[in-house]
Write a protein that binds this ligand. Structure first.
Ligand SMILES: Cc1cc2nc3c(=O)[nH]c(=O)nc-3n(C[C@H](O)[C@H](O)[C@H](O)COP(=O)(O)O)c2cc1C
Length: 376
């Protein structure tokens, strides 16, 4: 049976259902992207952590795997365009970070490190050029305002642009840049908090999805896409009721069969409860919601500072690689949102999309009328 559940976002992005899969770095490769698009949602390649060649291959694989609309996501904060310069990082900060990481290295049998980490790759502009050249239908942005010129360049190629924000003020700013839709990311969301600037403290710029969506809907005229804690049909319907025209879902897709997350990570998601997450900058240098593990707990206890965005990842890469190789979830980056408490299985992307649309349809068509007794 083909269930219809359409909003005007579907027309805008040329998709059947108003469901966008987050372009998750290290989770959403070409297989997941193509599977989501084939199932009627918008699959999005997590391009932020790929190099230019990997991204080119992924885009071509998606084009080979689906003739439906799809997207590519990049992170566009100013501290990646280009990355913070080496001379702007003090020797004291490097020493403090390495001293915080060295006890973990000792536990994992890795050599101690005191030197500077290698610089994160400066590839954002090249990847933008590639996305344009490949005529990718949707460009999805996290952590930055693309500005009117870049949006206009994408529009001239016939591509749509969506940008993710955490406040009504930032939503107005990206609307002014001309983006086609805005993703309102509530504090429950997994992965990086989509702040343009790193706030002083992790919780100083965090509004929950339930309160953020109506505020952003009031602030802008473009369609709003809700993100943060949505894992099922109730969440989809709730987002629409709050005024969103669609949802962006990340954490729920981590345990799908097409996701490239390693098994240790998928299992940790299924085992976790909603209170099992924390917001930390110890993984990348910017605040992100992840599952608590020994890495996040140890780093917090040291009180050490962190390096700028992706310099921190570069510093801890030996630890993350070793954790993956030896299957130790305790030292692996487990990006995830508070919705983990509702994730208990490993469906295909198609099974999940059918399920969420079926649940949402059932809620709207029959359950709501039974749950609420309204007299006029
Ligand atoms: C594993 C993971 C990786 C993510 N990577 C990115 C990314 O590379 N770029 C981005 O814009 N957002 C990224 N996000 C954030 C999502 O865009 C989105 O805000 C979030 O997944 C929505 O909340 P949910 O995880 O509760 O569904 C990531 C989220 C997760 C869970």
């Amino acid at each position: 049976m083909n269930i219809i559940f359409r909003t005007r976002l579907c027309d805008l992005l040329n998709i059947e259902y108003p469901i966008i899969q987050s372009g998750m770095g290290s989770v959403a490769g070409s297989a997941l992207t193509a599977a989501v698009s084939n199932a009627g949602g918008l699959g999005v390649i997590g391009g932020a952590v790929m190099n230019v060649d990997e991204l080119r291959v992924a885009i071509r694989e998606v084009k080979g795997g689906t003739n439906k609309s799809f997207g590519v996501n990049l992170l566009l904060p100013h501290d990646l365009r280009p990355p913070v310069a080496e001379q702007d990082i003090s020797d004291e900060t490097v020493a403090a970070v390495q001293s915080a990481l060295n006890p973990i290295r000792e536990r994992l049998g890795l050599p101690q490190v005191t030197s500077r980490p290698s610089a994160p790759a400066d590839t954002v502009e090249e990847k933008i050029a590639l996305i344009l050249e490949e005529n990718v239908p949707v460009f999805s942005i996290g952590l930055g305002n693309p500005g009117p010129e870049l949006v206009e360049t994408f529009h001239r190629r016939g591509s749509k642009v969506i940008a993710m924000v955490t406040s009504a003020e930032d939503a107005r700013a990206v609307e002014e840049s001309g983006v086609d839709a805005v993703v309102a990311q509530g504090a429950e969301a997994g992965g990086h908090r989509s702040h343009f600037e790193k706030p002083e403290r992790s919780i100083s710029k965090d509004t929950g999805t339930m309160t953020l969506i109506p505020e952003v809907v009031r602030a802008v005229k473009i369609p709003v896409i809700a993100a943060g804690g949505i894992t099922d049909g109730c969440g989809l319907v709730a987002a629409i009721v709050l005024g969103a025209r669609g949802v962006m879902i990340g954490s729920r897709f981590i345990t799908t069969q097409e996701s490239i997350a390693p098994q240790l990570y998928k299992k940790a998601i299924v085992d976790a409860a909603g209170d099992g997450t924390t917001v930390t900058d110890a993984l990348s240098g910017r605040y992100a919601r992840v599952l608590k593990n020994k890495y996040t707990e140890h780093y917090a206890e040291t009180g050490a500072p962190t390096l700028p965005l992706f310099w921190q990842t570069s510093a801890a890469q030996d630890i993350f690689d070793k954790a993956r190789e030896s299957g130790e979830a305790d030292y692996y980056p487990l990006w995830a949102g508070q919705g983990v408490g509702s994730i208990q299985d490993y469906p295909t992307a198609k099974e999940f999309i059918r399920r969420i649309i079926g649940e949402a349809h059932d809620l709207v068509a029959t359950q709501m009328a039974r749950r609420v007794n309204v007299s006029v």
